[in-house]
Design a protein around this ligand. Structure first.
Ligand code: PLP
Length: 439
């Protein structure tokens, strides 16, 4: 690892100098603290990101399998989105009033995700936060259920852990919390339908919020029938089902829930939905819309706590429309799926050739190299399969050879712009990496 660190420092003088200079005015010398030391001792400063490649300020070019942690899932700056932004920029950026394209965007969202009603926000975090507020408001119930290992953005109520005895623990690492979050949030293991049923039976849970597969604690797919059982339990107990498809949009048009035939009450999609612009959406059923309207009638002073000034800004909506109409095409999804299948097969071949007890779990365009023989069933199995020092070395080693992985675990994302040569290269590099480790 020390040799790889030195190699990085020697070959990235400009990034290193910028990082040191920026520390004078930026916390840790970065726009966001989490870019700090992944995977290199100083971050890579970006000169240009295009398609599925990224060039750093030192002139090195990287095959990007991180793709902005899904924000650039359809490639960096898709041309239709860039053109729509340029056009809109000449006509105004934000107005607190809707553009004429609004009905068209609504129609496209409804067709893609299978839900009739929509609202727009700046981020998936905001969308989740507002959906949870709505869920509490329209059910009159105080609590929320999430799954252990979940991540839905920096939504306070969801940043909790589960103790061995099932109690909810406020996460020790959570900065500046204002209340004990354990009061209102129930946490159960993913893929445990009986635990969901038992929790909902209390009748005080407004919503179950989940990704259709957990993607932030490793990749944990749903066991057959699990999500259907959660949906049935929600219906039985008057709890709303919220699917956060922000990452699982990788599964194909409409996300994983649509692929499985689920019918959530709410759906959230952020990050890539507007081609990487700060814009996210949440959709809901007509029945939910009616309950929202009734809730509003009962409280004529309005919707306190929902919405932000720039939500639904003209620029974000222009990007959203272009992405829906011209980027998220069936052909683009087919290319992602084919590229990802090729990458999965190549990685599996490398693993099999060395008889390693590892696996590659894939959801459409997204896959994760996991240090366990089969896909984990819950967050604890996923955690047991992790190996932080090996991951750290792998990420840095690949970066030094022109490949960028997602910082969180070993996730690789394939965009419609990712070419076969890049796919074959990363598999060949993994083989070389493993050859160097084997005694
Ligand atoms: N939902 C899921 C499933 C996520 O993984 C994330 C972020 O990683 C979010 C929501 C929050 O997205 P954002 O950080 O863009 O608000």
């Amino acid at each position: 690892h020390a040799a790889e660190v030195q190699r990085y420092l020697d070959t990235h003088p400009r990034s290193v100098a910028l990082a040191d200079e920026a520390t004078r005015h930026w916390l840790y010398g970065l726009p966001m603290h989490w870019m700090r030391d992944w995977p290199a001792p100083r971050p890579l400063f970006v000169a240009e990101a295009r398609g599925a490649r990224l060039r750093c300020v030192d002139g090195h070019v990287y095959d990007d399998f991180c793709l902005g942690d899904t924000g650039a899932m359809f490639g960096h700056g898709p041309a239709p989105v860039a053109q729509a932004l340029a056009l809109q920029a000449g006509r105004g950026l934000t107005a607190m009033l809707p553009p004429g394209t609004l009905p068209d965007i609504g129609r496209r969202l409804a067709a893609l995700f299978g839900l009739p009603r929509w609202q727009v926000t700046l981020s998936a975090t905001d969308a989740n936060r507002f959906v949870l507020r709505w869920a509490r408001a329209i059910t009159g119930r105080p609590k929320l259920l999430v799954f252990e290992g979940c991540y839905h953005g920096t939504v306070d109520d969801t940043l909790v852990d589960r103790a061995d005895d099932g109690r909810t623990l406020t996460r020790a690492s959570l900065l500046g919390q204002v209340q004990d979050l354990a009061i209102g949030t129930v946490v159960v293991p993913f893929n445990d339908a009986a635990a969901v049923e038992a929790a909902l039976a209390g009748g005080d849970i407004a919503a179950v919020l989940t990704e259709p597969a957990l993607t932030n604690c490793g990749l944990v797919p749903p066991l057959p029938g699990f999500l259907e059982a959660v949906q049935a339990a929600c219906r039985r107990h008057g709890t709303l089902l919220v699917l956060d498809e922000t990452h699982t949009l990788s599964s194909g048009p409409g996300g994983l829930g649509r692929r499985l035939g689920l019918q959530p009450d709410f759906l959230v999609a952020g990050k890539a939905v507007a081609g990487g612009m700060p814009c996210a959406v949440y959709g809901f059923t007509d029945a939910v819309a009616e309950r929202m309207a009734r809730t509003k009638e009962a409280a004529p002073e309005g919707h306190s706590g929902i919405g932000t000034t720039l939500s639904g800004g003209l620029l974000g909506l222009a990007a959203l429309q272009a992405c829906l109409a011209e980027v998220m095409t069936p052909a683009a999804w087919a290319r992602m799926e084919a590229g990802a299948a090729r990458l999965q097969a190549a990685l599996e071949q490398v693993i099999a050739a060395r008889a390693l007890p590892w696996s590659v779990t894939r959801l459409g365009a997204r896959m994760e190299l996991q240090f366990c023989a089969r896909a984990p069933r819950d967050a604890r199995e996923a955690a047991a399969a992790m190996h932080a020092p090996l991951e750290r070395l792998l990420h840095l080693w690949l970066l030094n050879r022109g490949v960028l992985l997602t910082p969180f675990h070993d996730m690789l994302l394939v965009s419609p712009e990712t070419d076969d040569a890049a796919i074959d290269r990363v598999a060949a590099l993994l083989d070389r990496f493993l050859a160097g480790l084997t005694p």
